[in-house]
Design a protein around this ligand. Sequence first.
Ligand code: GLN
Length: 207
Amino acid sequence: MAGSVGAAPRVGVLALQGDFREHLSVLRSLGADAVPVRRPEEIADLDGLVIPGGESSVMDKLSRAFGLAEPLKSAIAAGLPVYGTCAGLIMLADTVLDAITGQQTLGGLPISVRRNAFGNQIDSFETDLAIPELGDPAVHAVFIRAPVVEAVEDGVTVLAQLDDGRIVAVESQNLLGTAFHPEVTGDTRFHQYFLQKVRDRVVLPAD
Ligand code: GLN
């Protein structure tokens, strides 16, 4: 049951499309009660949610077609901790640049992201990122047709930037987003960081 102190936190992974299996596996390895989410009624008893990498325009269409978009927006507004990776970050952004026609997001993160920001020059790449909140060593980050965060509004914490200054990880209140994919590297620190947000909210409900 959501909010039960001491129990493993129940963390959903949006499982419409993309690499949700990898997130389920990492979350379970960290002791979370991780469950795939495909239907609106599966949202109510979650302590947290991960939105995986994949293709944001497809995830958007499927989430609206399956009636998930509105309850997810409500849950985000009510403070549900949500972590989005890559396409998941796009789903959480209030503004998307280079979206396909009609593409919508759940929103909640007051940021602008540009899809496929490394597009024609480099499709995918890996690099090490110094992230003070996660300590040493640097985080090895895998970018796959990744977005970048082009603008952040007040209240958004920038967690990671590329050497050229482009923003690739952010946090704002209950929301966390990375342009890269920690679920594929074996480094679980981002998931642990997210689970701490989940536990903090479970133990100390806001308001
Ligand atoms: N380019 C994809 C999109 O626009 C994101 C890629 C990814 O999640 N690895 O949604």
